[in-house]
Design a protein around this ligand. Structure first.
Ligand SMILES: Nc1nc2c(ncn2[C@@H]2O[C@H](COP(=O)(O)OP(=O)(O)OP(=O)(O)O)[C@@H](O)[C@H]2O)c(=O)[nH]1
Length: 322
């Protein structure tokens, strides 16, 4: 819009009044397009910008020829069209190709311009300036598409790896991480522990307080688990109210101390304006070098079952298998 405003005066000064008037119209069109952008009507705005740039470039070339490089704005117009995501790719490609064909034809159509302006010696500089200015939307478009693609890929990866309620890792994604942690601990001859944890009497929570508060309990318990874990630890939402914790470089004794702190923290939490408190049971197993993941998981599960059997809100350590 700023560029068109400057050109109103430049063409007036160069006594090409027709182009001066065109630029007034362009300023109005860009102002209208920007208003549409502010109203979040991006698609319509982009189409208007593209149309304006296309018509304007052709008219300028018709009046003063191609020496000044105004035809390069047609490349910019085709890039702008690609940003219109409501336009199907096929349609966008056809429109872009049509604009590029018009660009190529300007050299034949406008070999003899309607007017020769007095400042012909500035033509190469203006040509250079126009090419540079036209490059900006192209760099912007490709950069924007690159940025959007990277962000979407990152978002998709996060969505695929995490559980939507607790934001802990989901079961499917965690498998790879757990195997990596195990291999690294075994290579460095460091201990690694596996814990199954389950909120006690959770069915009653749902039955007495409703599923919404049930969800809040799961969410806040998960938060408490992840806040108290170390960076290398892996917390997974294993099932409804069941969590798996993998603690690399952690001995059984340290894991036991850690879990006792967690147990106490969860016991101290209140929900539903203080009306509800919950407890958690834990089953702890040390992952031996000769065991596979399924085996250690089973040991932790059996230990958890024992904790439930003992009256819940407790930690049971699985016997070491030699
Ligand atoms: N609100 C809510 N409830 C869930 C979710 N996932 C599972 N549940 C409920 O969790 C309850 C689990 O109950 P049970 O497996 O019988 O276990 P429990 O009542 O916790 O009893 P113990 O484990 O023996 O202490 C079931 O009623 C499920 O419907 C969830 O995402 N949100």
């Amino acid at each position: 819009m700023g560029l068109h405003a400057c050109l109103v005066f430049a063409f007036w000064y160069a006594q090409v009044e027709l182009l001066s008037v065109f630029n007034v119209l362009s300023v109005v069109t860009w102002w209208f397009g920007i208003t549409l952008l502010e109203r979040e009507q991006q698609s319509l705005a982009l189409r208007i910008f593209s149309l304006e740039v296309t018509i304007h470039s052709v008219l300028v070339c018709a009046v003063i020829g191609t020496d000044y490089g105004f035809q390069f704005y047609l490349w910019a117009a085709s890039c702008l069209l690609l940003l219109d995501t409501q336009l199907k790719l096929k349609q966008a490609v056809v429109w872009c190709a049509a604009i590029i064909v018009i660009f190529a034809l300007t050299y034949t159509w406008f070999e003899e311009p309607l007017t020769y302006i007095d400042y012909q010696m500035f033509a190469p500089y203006l040509h250079l300036l126009n090419v540079i200015v036209c490059g900006i939307p192209m760099i912007y478009t490709i950069g924007l598409i690159r940025e959007i693609t990277i962000n979407q890929q990152r978002d998709l990866e996060t969505l695929a790896a995490h559980d939507s309620l607790t934001h802990l890792f989901n079961r499917r994604y965690a498998h790879g991480l757990i195997q990596q942690a195990y291999k690294s601990c075994i290579n460095q001859q460091q201990p690694i522990c596996v814990v199954m944890a389950d909120i006690d009497h959770f069915k009653q929570v749902n039955d007495l307080y409703g599923h919404e508060l049930g969800d809040e309990v799961i969410e806040r318990v998960a938060q408490c688990l992840s806040q108290q874990l170390n960076n290398a630890d892996i917390a997974v939402r294993w099932g409804g109210e069941e969590f798996l914790l993998v603690l690399p470089n952690c001995s059984q004794a340290d894991a036991q101390k850690h879990l006792e702190q967690l147990r106490q923290s969860i016991e101290a939490m209140t929900f539903g304006k203080g009306a509800l408190q919950v407890t958690m049971s834990f089953g702890l197993a040390t992952w031996q070098a000769h065991c596979d993941f399924e085996e250690v998981l089973k040991q932790a599960d059996v230990a958890l079952y024992k904790s439930k059997h003992k009256g819940r809100n407790t930690i049971t350590v699985a016997p070491q298998v030699h």
